[in-house]
Design a protein around this ligand. Structure first.
Ligand SMILES: [Mg+2]
Length: 374
């Protein structure tokens, strides 16, 4: 069995409504980079990664097409570790994280999809098969919402069968954040999980002042309280404050996760197959976390991550993110009574409606061709 064809596609996908957080400002769309692999005997696999707005999408797609596809053609797609290392080292000098690992992530996910489909197994069972579901939480990207709008959003999550809620924070005024958190805690009652997400906005001192003020609201975690590079700062927020820390959507390798976890900077490692090195890397982070008695949560692309969390014994919450492909998915993620259910279709089971999304396709390769100067 050999890889015969690898297709790379770029889409600029509009969000149903603009979203806002403390760092990235207003976001109206995201870039989706899709990789489709076909073997000489007709087996197929599909993976994707995404980036905020239009930033990086063209570069990621070009990196896949120009630098990874030539490494894959003619290779056995079942040897994922061998291919992953080949790609990692090909990109290493310009990579180790960032755009390079986004490109690798999309390919890796397509390889796992292909392999699971060949085995006729759903991804959650192929990867480990612990359970077929994961507890879901609503991750609002709601920094600019008024309190009534936050409560409306919360009601929407509850109506959708979601029982845990997260809101964006990160203002200078801790009193103002307390007012927003208090309103939601009162609205959902004492028993439901409530989290906050700073998107790296605060210093360690600001974060420590804030978590002490937030203690009375019984928060399940505070996410990305400060920059991901400050591991000692995370350790201080974890150990000196009363609220556990979640972080990881800006950690882009198993080594970065190992440092953050082993040095006591995080209670809830937050992994994302689209920016960490695909399913291969997420499963390794899950096992590192398990050895440190930590439960893994995931960031975004819930339709994919539900199968990863369902596979492992140390799963925490699945983020139901506002960057959604829902409008372009053939099968909607099933959520009921607080849990999201992994697909039982072979592979990850995520099918994109290619006809519907075609209007948002961008011809990236042409943009990269330099006109001859002679
Ligand atoms: Mg986050």
């Amino acid at each position: 069995m050999k890889i015969e064809k690898v297709e790379t596609e770029l889409y600029h996908v509009p969000l149903a409504k603009p979203v806002v957080d403390a760092i990235h400002g207003v976001q109206r769309e995201f870039s989706l980079i899709v990789v489709k692999i076909t073997t000489d005997d007709g087996a197929t696999g599909m993976g994707y990664t995404y980036s905020v707005g239009k930033v990086g999408g063209t570069s990621i797609a070009t990196l896949v097409k120009d630098n990874l596809v030539p490494l894959l053609i003619g290779e056995d797609p079942r040897r994922i570790e061998q291919l992953w290392n080949k790609m990692w080292w090909a990109l290493h000098y310009v990579g180790r994280s960032g755009i390079a690992v986004f490109a690798l992530s999309a390919v890796d996910t397509a390889l796992w999809d292909l392999k699971a489909r060949m085995a006729n197994e759903p991804m959650w069972r192929f990867l480990g098969g612990h359970d077929n579901k994961a507890e879901a939480y609503g991750g609002g990207i709601d920094f600019d919402m008024t309190i009534p709008q936050l409560l409306d959003q919360t009601q929407g999550f509850l109506d959708a069968g979601i029982r845990a809620i997260k809101i964006k924070i990160g203002r200078e005024s801790i009193a103002q954040e307390c007012e927003r958190i208090a309103a939601i805690r009162e609205f959902i009652g004492p028993d439901k999980k409530l989290m906050v997400d700073v998107n790296m906005k605060w210093s360690v001192e600001q974060a420590l002042r804030a978590v002490r003020a937030f203690e009375k609201y019984d928060l399940y975690w505070i996410e990305e309280p400060t920059i991901p590079d400050d591991i000692e700062g995370h350790r201080r927020i974890e150990t000196e404050g009363p609220i556990p820390v979640a972080t990881g959507e800006n950690l882009h390798s198993i080594y970065e996760f190992k440092e953050m976890i082993s040095r006591g900077g995080v209670s809830f490692p937050d992994a994302d197959i689209s920016n960490l090195g695909g399913i291969t890397a997420l499963m390794k982070v899950a096992h590192i976390a398990e050895a440190y008695n930590r439960n893994l949560t995931t960031h975004g692309i819930q339709e994919m991550h539900v199968s990863c969390l369902a596979a492992i014994p140390n799963a925490s919450l699945l983020e139901i993110h506002a960057f959604r492909l829902d409008d372009f998915l053939v099968h909607q993620l099933e959520i009921r009574d607080g849990y999201a259910y992994a697909s039982d279709r072979p592979g990850h089971g995520v099918e994109i409606d290619w006809e519907k999304i075609a209007a948002h396709r961008v011809a990236f390769s042409e943009e990269c061709v330099m006109a001859p100067t002679y």
